[in-house]
Each structure stands twice: as structure tokens, then as C-alpha cells.
Design a protein around this ligand. Structure first.
Ligand code: B3K
Ligand code: ZN
Length: 849
């Protein structure tokens, strides 16, 4: 399989000034006419090699002259036109078959809707083109289809005109004045419902806003619309960025490989990130919609107006845009909860990836399939890197620097180095040493040593940077470390941002009366692992004013308590006491719910040299039981105080109440007694929100087969016609700890609601099962064998989906021998499949290396 290297980048040799597209959509096929005006750039070749995948060529005209087949060469993934002049027009007509496209790249059908997904390399499956992000062109698109079946015809930009034809067909022409790369091209045709609104930009321009969805779902679009308007206002205020077209369209489709896509003026979304009402979506779903709508909207500037020179620069747009959506969510909701949730996600996914054989820098050097690099490293670690720049520069300089970035590079395809140039130029802060974050992989550990003599407190920090995947030694990082020192009585002495840049650093603080308590990596100012020998968790849980460190202390305390339990069987009494202290705190309820959560299996597993899941979940189950028994009365009181089954409002207080009472119910469920079963059953029956319903359902499923089945049947009958909600049903069953989960997953594959071609359903059933530690890693090896079998099967339909499933095997190298052997057998089996996609091959071959 071919590897592509960043070092081999070459500038494009041709410029496509304009691209005029005509689509004629039919049920059996689609014809595409593509008329490009092209210029040679300096030192250009005689021949132009266009990217082309699975296209049926009909005819080619060069400057209006039809070419015979001696004038071009059709390659496996290309079309080369020989001997082209300096400046020419090229007209290509080809045929495609969207209704047979199960890869969901290029033009395909989601149910009865025609839609596209072109990032990163889908456009070459539509028409021959220079399908690379640094070739930017002005697109005019005409879409023609049967009017009664496809009354809505959309593409990028502003609507130019509509025309009806005699034969029941009609067409619409769209023009996008902003030059863009082909990966931002989009087309939609369907019989869609629509919710319409408008927005007036800060400079007084009116923008028409439309959200399209399947008819009947219109009432579920209001949260998405509200989020869109909030995003538009926020980007004006925080980054001075206004929208730049007359229309902003969003279309929700059911079959989509990922969350959403920022196509210029025509975002296409997985319906999971658009549709919601209280009866069908959880509070977390509502938050997810707000952040993904914002993310795609923010791409209009960070991604579309300024795009990437090549795909190695992906984090230029993704890391920055994730940082922007995280800041937006923090501004609109609880800042402290947002930060903790972001860090939790980073550690559960990115830290695991960074410790695996597929670890890569946020700017990778090579890839086989670029689709494998839309990772939590490029996205979430990328966002942490931007956050560190924000911390180093400060709010004011950061804004100056982003202004300079937009002014300088608007309309261009650039590199992460260009972004760093703007950051450094506007702030006059040298970021040369900081650049390492873009080119190295792995999570650094920071060892902390403290001493105190004669009023002088000395902090010694030692960085340990892991070797790269190829074994090469990596350099220490440069980063901002926000710390606080706290006095014996709990009073804050100081807060500083220290700059750490060497392998070993010493920081001295003078004039102190006693050894202070150290509050380290406040707000998680750097994505590092802290290694500390002092155990001041209980004190920090009580006194630290930094909400992140209080959370962190509770987590570390719980983690070490669980580790001690795994080793000696003893439970630390002091931890139980500290937990009781949190239960009584009068703090924001969703924050409190986070403080009461025990560390994830993933957190504990990352700390083991050789991973063994069984002791982890046994210890977790036991600690939950102890806490539930010890604080039963208090927990029940908290539940009663906050259980408001008829309140389905989405304000912070109502969501906080649901968060805390559901956390408490989960803790109590460890008792597995009649009382808690009744509580969950009642909650399932009487509550008006999906948030309450899924928690109750999950608890019932995990502790009682009888009541679980009754509730699950009820849920099934109620929602079986709503695929989006049914994803929750599949996920609860696939994540179940009860015996027989694998057998039930196998049965569910034949359920009439389940469809292997719909990525959301595959993720909910197979993807969730592959993260069910108990059953996926079961020692009979059947979990591994089942998932491997699915990867092979799904790879034939949709390689991107299959390689997503394959990432469950990334833990391979660190498993205990028994599991490792079982897993190896399955990985070998997958790798031996002759027609394996490069997507799956790349992941599995790296895991086995
Ligand atoms: N840019 C798209 C991701 C495309 C993924 C292609 N496999 C969505 C986003 O990050 O906003
Ligand atoms: Zn993005």
C-alpha cells in the first residue's frame, strides 16, 4: 500500500479559474458535466493529471474540440489529458451511480435524499478534478431532477435561478463567489421539510437561514436554529467574523460517516446533530448539537475562507475550530463543566491514542489513508495546542493575532507555520520552541518534587517525553503551566503561569510562612500527565478555588484508592470521607455530578503497564457499592430534592438537577436492591425527558433481566419508527454488563430497525460493543472474533466505518498475554483478507508492528 509523505508536497501546476457543473439526477444514474477554465502555472507539465475514481467517462472537449482516446489516458485513480495549452477550457461529461454508493463519499443517497461528502477526497468520485485543498476555484452548479420527487435542489453559495422543464423535471443554479477547494463542494436534492429564519449581521447584511430535514421532523430543528444564530453572533463578537453569503443552509441526513460537514453555505449534518426535542434527545444530545452547529459555522472562516495547503495541515482548521467551539460552549454554558468535559474526552480518547502504535503528531508526516487522520489527536489535542497559544499570548494579543491571521491569509490555502507566524508576529512572542507540539507524538509526564526550607518553597519539575512510535528520542516541550499556592488555612497565596521548557526546571517562591499546598496545572493549562508523590487531595478538594483542580483531586484520590484496592483489597477511609464531603457541598449541580463520578475504566487502564480489565471493573463495582451503602440516606435525599419528573426545561438549573439526580441514581444502583429497581422503574415511567429515560433504562438493563426487559420492550415499541432514538436502544444493550450481551447483539443485527449501511446504527451496536470492556475483552475470545468478523464484512461496504471499528484494537500491545494472543489471532485474520481497504490495512498493520 502506498504511503504519502509531507516532504513530497509539490505546488499545483495548474490553476482552475472557474468550474461550472451540471448534474442530471436520475434514479439509475447521474450524469455530470464539468466545464473548467484552466491556466498553466509556472514550469507546468504538458499534461494535466486529474484525480478520478470510479467514474464512467462519456466525453471530453478541449477548447470545444472533442478529444479522441489518443489524447487522454485513463488510470486507476486518474484521468490525464495530454499536451494541453497554456490556457484552456476543459469540458468533461461522465456518469456516476449514487444509488450504489455505500462508502458515503462523493455523491450518494441517504434514504431518498441525494447528498454529498467530499472531504477529504470525495470530489474525485463525482468528476475528474485537481482534488486537493490548495486548488481553489469559483463554482457555479446546476442541479436538475424530477420535480415531484426532488422539489428541493441545493448547492453552495447564493441561488441564481430556477427553471421548470416540460418533462416534469426542474433545475436550480447556484453560484458561490468565494473561491474554494473541491472538498467544500456540496449538492443536495430531495423532498425535504424546512425550518426558516433570518439573521442580520453586525454590518447589516440579511442572511436567510434554512434547516432542511425529513418531512415531519421540522419541530425538532428549533434547538439547532437557535444554536446557529448564537454561533453567528458569537463569532462576530469574539473574532470579528461575519457571515459572507445571502443564505446559510443546513441539511440533516441519516446516513453520514461522521458528525457534520462545513461545505460552503451548505452544511450537511448527521441528523444526530440536528434533530432534538425533550422527548427524544438527552441533555447531552442538546449540548452536542449546539457545539457541532457552532463548529461547522466557525469553519466558514477557519477552514473555508482560510483553508489547508495539504491534508497534513488538517489541524490548522480542525484544532483551531475545536478550540473555537469549546470556547463558545464555555461562554454559553458552565465554563467549569465544559472544561472538565473537554479534558475527560481528551484523556479517554486522545491519551489512549497517543500511547498506542497509531500515535502521531497533530501534524503527521505520512499517511496511507487520510481518512484515518481525522483523529482525536488532530482535533482535540490540536485544540489544546491552540489553547496553550491563547494562554501564552493572553486574550488581547490572541485577538490581535487572529485578526492578523485572517487579514493576511484570507482566500488562501496555508500551513500551520503560517498560523504560528501570525500568532508570534502580532504578539511579539517567540514561539519557535513551542513548535515541537506540532511535530512530536505521545503525552509527556511531568514529575513534581517540592521542598521547603526557611520560608523558601522550591518546585522542581522534570519532563519525561516518550519516544516516538519509531523509537526515536523526542525533545522536551515548551508549555504554560498554571499553578496556585495555597496556605494552611486554605487561603490562596498566589496564582502564576510558569513557562516550562527544559527537561528539568526549578521555580523558587520566597517569604512563605509554611510549606504551601500546590495546585498544579490549573484549568488543565497543558496536556500533560502530572506525577506527584504528595497526597494532598482531600485538602485541595476542599480549598482549591480552581474548579478544575478540585475535580482533578477528587479523580486522583479515587484513582489511587481504586489502585490500592486492586493491590491490597483495602479501601482508604479518608477517600470515603472526602466523598461524603462533596455530597454535602452547595455547588452548581452539574459540576457536583462530575465531582461524584468515579474515574473511567479507560483512566485506570492507562495507568497499568500491562492492561487487565477484570480487576479494574471489580474494584470499581466494589467501591461504588461501598459508597452507595455508606451514603444511602444522603444519596436518596439528594435524589428526592432534584427529581422533578415533569420538568423538561433546558435551562442550566433544570439540566443540573437532572445531572445530579441521575448520577446519584447510578451510584445507588450499585446496591442492586428492590428499592433502587423501583426508583429506576418509576423514573422510566413518569419522566418527560429522554435524559431520565435512558439512565433508568440503562440501570434496569444492567441489574435486572425482568424489569429491564419490560422497560426495553416499552421503549422499543414507542420509538421503533424513529431510527435516531433507536440508536440509544442498541447502545444500551451493546454496553450492557449482563451475561449474554454478545448473543443479544448478534440477535439485534437481524432486528428490522438495524441496518448495516447506516453508520449511526453500526456505531451504536458494533462500535459500542467494541468498547464494552467486559464483553469485548472476554477471555473466551468471542468478543474479538465477532468484531473482527464485522470489520471484514463492513469493510466491503464502507471502509471508513470499518477502520473506525478497528481502532478498538489499538490497546493490543499493552494487553496481558492471554488477551493479546486471542486478539492477535483475529488481527492476523483481518490482515489476511485479500481485498482489504487501505483504511483498515493502515490501522491494523500499525497495531501489529
Ligand atoms: N471537516 C469535517 C470532517 C470530514 C471528515 C472526513 N472523513 C467535519 C468537521 O470537522 O467539522
Ligand atoms: Zn471540523
Amino acid at each position: 500500500m502506498k504511503t504519502i509523505y509531507l516532504k513530497d508536497y509539490k505546488k499545483p501546476e495548474f490553476k482552475i479559474n472557474s468550474c461550472e457543473l451540471h448534474f442530471d439526477l436520475f434514479e439509475e444514474f447521474t450524469t455530470v458535466i464539468n466545464i473548467m477554465s484552466i491556466n498553466k502555472l509556472e514550469k507546468s507539465e504538458n499534461d494535466i493529471r486529474l484525480d478520478a475514481m470510479d467514474l464512467e467517462l462519456i466525453e471530453i472537449y478541449l477548447n470545444d474540440l472533442k478529444l479522441n482516446d489518443t489524447r487522454y489516458i485513463i488510470g486507476e485513480d486518474s484521468l490525464t489529458i495530454l499536451n494541453v495549452p497554456e490556457s484552456f477550457s476543459l469540458k468533461i461529461k461522465n456518469k456516476i451511480y449514487p444509488q450504489n454508493n455505500t462508502e458515503l463519499e462523493g455523491l450518494y443517497k441517504s434514504g431518498s435524499i441525494f447528498c454529498t461528502q467530499n472531504e477529504p477526497e470525495g470530489f474525485r468520485r463525482i468528476t475528474p478534478y485537481l482534488d486537493r485543498p490548495d486548488v481553489m476555484s469559483v463554482f457555479t452548479t446546476t442541479v436538475i431532477a424530477q420535480k415531484d420527487k426532488y422539489p428541493i435542489l441545493l448547492s453552495n453559495g447564493n441561488k441564481q435561478n430556477c427553471h421548470d422543464f416540460m418533462n416534469g423535471r426542474h433545475g436550480t443554479t447556484w453560484h458561490d463567489p468565494h473561491p474554494k477547494p473541491s472538498y467544500l463542494f456540496a449538492l443536495v436534492a430531495g423532498d425535504l421539510g424546512c425550518v426558516n429564519d433570518e439573521y442580520t449581521t453586525a454590518s447589516g447584511e440579511h442572511v436567510e437561514l434554512n434547516i432542511y430535514c425529513d418531512k415531519g421532523n421540522e419541530s425538532q430543528c428549533s434547538h439547532a436554529m437557535k444554536s446557529l444564530k448564537e454561533s453567528m453572533a458569537w463569532d462576530e463578537e469574539k473574532y470579528g467574523r461575519e457571515y459572507d453569503l445571502e443564505i446559510y443552509n443546513i441539511v440533516a441526513v441519516d446516513s453520514f460517516n461522521m458528525g457534520a460537514m462545513e461545505n460552503k453555505g451548505l452544511n450537511i449534518f448527521n441528523s444526530h446533530y440536528v434533530l432534538a426535542d425533550e422527548d427524544r434527545a438527552t441533555d447531552a444530545n442538546f449540548m452536542g448539537i449546539q457545539s457541532v452547529i457552532a463548529h461547522e459555522y466557525f469553519h466558514n472562516w477557519t477552514g473555508n475562507r482560510i483553508t489547508c495547503r495539504d491534508w497534513f495541515q488538517l489541524t490548522l482548521k480542525e484544532g483551531l475550530t475545536v478550540f473555537r467551539d469549546q470556547s463558545f460552549s464555555a461562554d454559553l454554558n458552565s465554563r467549569e463543566v465544559q472544561r472538565i468535559e473537554d479534558v475527560k474526552g481528551l484523556r479517554d480518547r486522545q491519551f489512549v491514542e497517543d500511547a498506542s502504535p497509531t500515535a502521531h503528531p497533530i501534524q503527521p508526516n505520512s499517511y496511507m489513508s487520510i481518512n484515518n487522520f481525522y483523529t482525536s489527536t488532530v482535533y482535540e489535542k490540536g485544540a489544546e495546542i491552540i489553547r496553550m497559544i491563547h494562554t501564552l499570548l493572553g486574550e488581547e494579543n490572541y485577538r490581535k493575532a487572529t485578526d492578523l491571521y485572517f487579514d493576511t491569509f484570507d482566500g488562501q490555502a496555508v500551513r500551520t507555520d503560517d498560523f504560528l507566524w501570525a500568532m508570534s508576529k502580532a504578539s511579539r512572542i517567540d514561539l519557535t520552541e513551542f513548535e515541537t507540539w506540532y511535530h512530536q507524538s505521545g503525552t509527556p509526564t511531568l514529575k513534581v518534587e517540592e521542598s521547603f526550607h526557611n520560608g523558601i518553597y522550591k518546585l522542581t519539575l522534570t519532563q519525561r517525553v516518550p519516544n516516538a512510535v519509531d523509537g526515536s528520542v523526542q525533545k522536551p516541550y515548551y508549555f504554560p503551566l498554571k499553578i496556585g499556592l495555597i496556605g494552611l488555612t486554605g487561603k490562596e497565596i498566589l496564582e502564576r503561569v510558569l513557562i516550562v521548557s527544559k527537561e528539568k526546571e526549578e521555580f523558587v517562591f520566597e517569604g512563605l510562612n509554611s510549606k504551601p499546598y500546590l495546585s498544579i496545572n490549573r484549568d488543565f493549562s497543558a496536556p500533560v500527565k502530572i506525577q506527584q508523590s504528595t497526597k494532598e487531595y482531600a485538602f485541595l478538594m476542599k480549598h482549591d478555588k480552581n474548579s478544575f483542580v478540585r475535580y482533578e483531586s477528587a479523580q486522583s484520590f479515587a484513582t489511587e484508592t481504586l489502585e490500592e484496592m486492586m493491590e491490597s483489597g483495602n479501601i482508604d477511609e479518608e477517600f470515603l470521607e472526602a466523598y461524603g464531603y462533596i455530597l454535602n457541598l452547595d455547588i452548581e449541580l452539574s459540576y457536583k455530578a462530575l465531582l461524584l463520578e468515579l474515574p473511567s475504566v479507560s483512566t485506570l487502564m492507562q495507568r497499568q503497564d500491562v492492561v487487565d480489565f477484570v480487576p479494574i471493573y471489580l474494584a470499581k463495582d466494589r467501591l461504588e457499592r461501598e459508597l452507595a451503602a455508606l451514603y444511602k440516606d444522603k444519596l436518596q435525599e439528594l435524589y428526592k430534592q432534584n427529581h422533578k419528573p415533569k420538568n423538561k426545561k433546558l435551562d442550566a438549573i433544570s439540566m443540573g438537577q437532572r445531572a445530579i439526580k441521575n448520577r446519584v441514581l447510578r451510584i445507588l444502583s450499585a446496591l442492586e436492591n428492590r428499592e433502587v429497581i423501583d426508583m429506576a422503574r418509576e423514573q422510566y415511567k413518569e419522566s418527560l425527558t429522554m435524559t431520565d429515560r435512558v439512565v433508568a433504562l440503562d440501570i434496569l438493563e444492567n441489574i435486572t433481566s425482568e424489569e429491564g426487559e419490560v422497560a426495553l420492550n416499552d421503549f422499543y415499541n414507542r420509538y421503533k419508527d424513529d431510527t435516531l432514538v433507536m440508536n440509544k436502544y442498541f447502545a444500551i444493550l451493546a454496553a450492557s454488563h449482563r451475561n449474554g450481551t454478545l448473543e443479544r447483539v448478534i440477535v439485534l443485527e437481524n432486528d428490522e430497525v438495524y441496518d448495516e449501511k447506516v453508520p449511526n446504527l453500526v456505531r451504536s451496536l458494533i462500535g459500542v460493543f467494541a468498547r464494552n470492556y467486559k464483553h469485548f475483552h472476554a477471555i473466551d475470545g468471542r468478543g474479538y472474533s465477532f468484531v473482527a468478523h464485522k470489520i471484514i464484512e463492513i469493510d466491503k461496504i464502507n471502509p471508513q466505518m470499518a477502520s473506525g471499528l478497528a481502532s478498538a484494537f489499538k490497546i493490543y500491545e499493552r494487553l496481558n498475554n492471554e488477551n493479546k494472543e486471542l486478539m492477535k489471532k483475529e488481527l492476523d485474520r483481518v490482515l489476511a483478507v485479500p481485498s482489504l481497504s487501505k483504511n483498515v490495512y493502515e490501522i491494523i498493520s500499525k497495531i501489529l508492528k
